[in-house]
Design a protein around this ligand. Structure first.
Ligand code: C5P
Length: 399
């Protein structure tokens, strides 16, 4: 049975020349068994008519917020509640701006605010409009809020320009909708550790490191989007907790270990990106130690190795570690892989530009326990997260 069977899809069509391609999308979705309610914006109606979509979907086509086809129901709220996916294809720069700002001045934008359904957006516009900082900022806003973008392709545009802005093809758009309806990591439970830890010296001082938590948060966020149940155990960071993940905030390595052990029985995969302080002060001063001229020696004792502790009782879980190194990257990573009883280690050379702490990008190598090795080019931490989860998914399904 197709994943579209019996699913309710709201298809918002906006005023781009590519609007005629939405007829093909509506047709393919309907053929696959979905119930498709098409919403045309005012501008879309200059390009396509309701008749086409009504014939294809065999359902009323909606255009007006004040048009209430079903008696005694507020149509837009009813539609918003029933929807499994809200697909906007083609999406103009204008609709992206309205969606990002939360404007609700017509039926489509009102539906977008009134629904819990995941938003899938396939933009189509002139290259300059697509590349405009305002549009790109709206894309980032919507993306951060969980919308799935089917990015426009490059090609000859209706205006004669050549560049990015062409509506993605129908199979690619359908694939994205399918991914939302049938998330690849559904049923998989993932524990992610992220950020630094802080080891107090006294009431106002601590030992820590410059980890921003960006890599771990990107993994947690992406795993949620792919349908996994995610627990994020995080040290102190400046990042927003990812929507949809259960976030547990901790300060010290000891607290992080305890938080991980609390959920360990219930997880299938552990991804440890946290930069855990390897040592902590043996004694913590009560209150703030006063400044003085004499030397102050702080004795440090080792912290527990969280990942190694989890590795000792691994069972059938998949354990992933990160190895940030400045020299002998692969040898050191290989050593950690064995020592901590991991399935995969993600190695990155933090001395390289664009890699490691606080950056938005990373260049990593995947090193599997069976010796397989994959070198990835420099990419965003989000893309690293996607590649990592894709690789893990393959292993999970092989089991
Ligand atoms: O041994 P090293 O700290 O380099 O290993 C890095 C990997 O081990 C990372 O995945 C990190 O999150 C994890 N780790 C840990 N607990 C520690 C130290 C490291 O979980 N105390």
């Amino acid at each position: 049975m197709s994943v579209f069977e019996g699913k309710h899809i709201l298809l918002g069509v906006t005023g781009s020349i590519a609007a005629y391609k939405a007829a093909d999308i509506a047709s393919k979705l309907t053929q696959a068994g979905a119930e498709v309610d098409v919403v045309l914006t005012e501008h879309a109606r200059h390009f396509v008519t309701e008749v086409t979509f009504r014939a294809i979907t065999r359902r009323p086509v909606l255009t007006d917020l004040f048009d209430e086809p079903e008696e005694r129901q507020i149509a837009h709220i009813h539609l918003a509640k029933r929807a499994d996916v809200l697909l906007v294809a083609p999406a103009t720069a204008n609709i992206l701006a309205k969606l990002a700002a939360g404007i609700a001045d017509d039926l489509l934008t009102t539906l977008a605010l009134a629904t819990h359904a995941r938003l899938v957006i396939a933009p189509a516009m002139n290259t300059v409009m697509w590349e405009h900082p305002a549009t790109q900022s709206n894309v980032r806003t919507l993306d951060a809020r969980g919308a799935l973008f089917v990015y426009p392709a490059e090609g000859m545009l209706a205006c004669g320009d050549v560049g990015a802005g062409k509506l993605a093809d129908t199979p690619t758009i359908l694939q994205a909708v399918e991914r939302v309806l049938n998330p690849p990591l559904k049923g998989v439970r993932v524990l992610v550790t992220a950020g630094p830890t802080e080891e107090p010296i006294d009431a106002v001082r601590h030992i820590s490191n410059p980890s921003s938590g960006k890599m771990g948060y990107a993994i947690a966020e992406e795993a949620v989007r792919q349908g996994a149940g995610v627990t994020l155990v995080t040290g102190p960071t400046l990042l927003e907790p990812p929507a949809g993940a259960q976030t547990v905030s901790v300060r010290t390595a000891q607290e992080m270990l305890e938080a991980c052990l609390q959920v360990y029985d219930d997880v299938d995969v552990v991804i440890a990106t946290a930069a855990v302080s390897d040592y902590r002060p043996a004694e913590v001063w009560h209150g703030k130690r006063k400044k003085g001229d004499e030397e102050w020696t702080i004795r440090l004792v080792p912290n527990p190795d969280i990942l190694r502790t989890l590795g000792e009782r691994k069972g059938s879980r998949i354990l992933v570690g990160f190895a940030a190194e400045t020299a002998d990257l692969l040898q050191n990573a290989q050593h950690k892989l064995c020592e901590k009883n991991l399935d995969l280690i993600v190695a990155n050379d933090v001395s390289q530009e664009g890699s490691g702490f606080r950056t938005d990008t990373n260049r990593v190598t995947f090193l599997w326990a069976d010796g397989t090795q994959t070198n990835l080019p420099l990419m965003s931490k989000r893309e690293v997260a996607q590649r990592l989860l894709e690789a893990l998914r393959e292993r999970l399904f092989q089991r």
